[in-house]
Write a protein that binds this ligand. Sequence first.
Ligand code: GPP
Ligand code: MG
Length: 292
Amino acid sequence: MTIHHPASTAQLPVPAQSSYQNRVADYWNAEQNPVNLQLGMIDDLYHHHYGVGDVQWSVLDESDPERRREKITAELHRLEVAQAELLAGRLGPLAPTDRVFDAGCGRGGGSITANLRYDCHADGVTISAKQAQFANEQARARGVDGKVRYHHRNMLDTGLPTGAYAASWNNESTMYVELDLLFAEHSRLLRHGGRYVVITGCYNDTYGRASREVSLINAHYICDIHPRSAYFKAMAKNRLVPVHVEDLTAATVPYWELRKEADHLVTGIEDAFLTAYENGSFQYLMIVADRI
Ligand code: GPP
Ligand code: MG
């Protein structure tokens, strides 16, 4: 018997980049959210992650509307910088000769943060050509382009040298990829005894499958948030052994409460995050692991 498949995908060549990856790249090539650009402009540290720590609520008491907006923007940036510092602090100790790998580097703030702290070499990888170009311009403007480089590549298949990295991380970028493939690449790149750090939003297995709010977040960013358990399974399979696990949920809720008040910066996803954290279906987690 012959089965006729007029539209069979078996006849199509496998693309170098999947349809999903193309859509993710389109999103980040087009992204111009004031909540990212206005915060980054303060000190040229452009982040694509959220904040941690207590909010100085007095910023809301400012009576001049323009000054009030500026104070809220600065406060949100302070909390995002604190998050980047928290992650960077877990990478070390590192020497100026060491190399670090920033998987899903966005506009580059994380690699700059690591370089400022350790004077180390950094390679950032992003699927967005625009982000890589922007980040490289920032590194040039700071005069650190000899040590900090950004690449328009797939974080699952970076082409970077095996065993050359003392530390690596994902700061809110794991929800775009399969964890087994991702951790296999980190494991390949890290030297024996190297350090891996992830900060991520994950859904809480205790609660069940992804909640409505988690699904809304997925749709908003075109991502696929993993359950908490998936991180530990995929790490164990890829020679990454956790040495420190920290639930940052309570530390990030104030950031979202303040962001909700920032009429000039909101993107519309604020309530989904707050509800997801409050109903327990979602967690903001940091995992620090050793490459054994
Ligand atoms: C924030 O980036 C992070 C992501 C898009 C990944 C999803 C993260 C989760 C924890 C689920 P951003 O800073 O570009 O987002 P926004 O524009 O909302 O500030
Ligand atoms: Mg942001």
